[in-house]
Ligand binder design. Sequence first.
Ligand SMILES: [Zn+2]
Length: 301
Amino acid sequence: MLRELLLAVMMCSGACAQGSAPDETAKRAATASPPTCDGALKQGGLVICHAAPGETMTVAGVRQVVDDTGTAQFGIRTNAPSVIGWSAASGAFGDLAIAARDDEFRTIKGFDCDKVDARSPEQKAHAAKSWQIKQEAFARLNPGPGALGGFIKPADAPASSPFGPTRKYIGVSKVTGEPCESTSVHQGYDMAAPIGTPVVAPAGGKVILADPDLYYEGGAVFLDHGHGLTSVFMHLSDVDVAAGDVVKRGDVLAKTGNSGRTTGPHLHWAVKWRNAASADRGGDFYIDPALLLDLPVSEPE
Ligand SMILES: [Zn+2]
């Protein structure tokens, strides 16, 4: 009996699941070539790994999803270290060199305190309802290619404000006379588009929110590309899609505008990354859309 048990343990080296019969998925992953990773390897960027289907990967100590096609995509925080380590359940491991950002810090004085914060009961109710609508949109993750096919610019307009700078606003409320101060990081990529410029899907995906009147965002469309990547478009004048629509890269979603809390007509494009493998979605952080535009773009879908 003891000899049989020992024999079973010895035969079980390499690809056994918890001492029981060899798990087919783990066995496939162990015999396939080790993962390779590339992408936009910069703080605020995105890593794309190709691995064996069924592989389990851990990046910077956090488990990541490898889908049925063997692709894993994960966002890089803007304060990520210069080297990120990854490992796979099949035993492979490696390091990724992450380029540093150099975002500016700007102070903006003479700020109109009444313009941004919701102050009146109506504004507060509008902001609260908008928050609820966004929570519901982000409650689920949808399948999709993520950044695999690359991204195109969502509007034919020049960039006007990059992702990343920290802005400190100092001003006085005209209503109460009280000073106000707030600090925020610009989480999107602004494009100087005149009102009515078409907004197209930078990559394929499923529309998870289409609303003409959110409090801060104004007219807004949220597009889930899969792999935890969601594009957010704000300040729109027209919304031409509905939640649930599945769109291809280049399909028209909306028209640019000047709605919501904005200082002038422009398109604000943000990309949120959520880790599908963690309960808290990896902290739900934004990455730099401009870095996605540098990824190779595949043939039209
Ligand atoms: Zn913006």
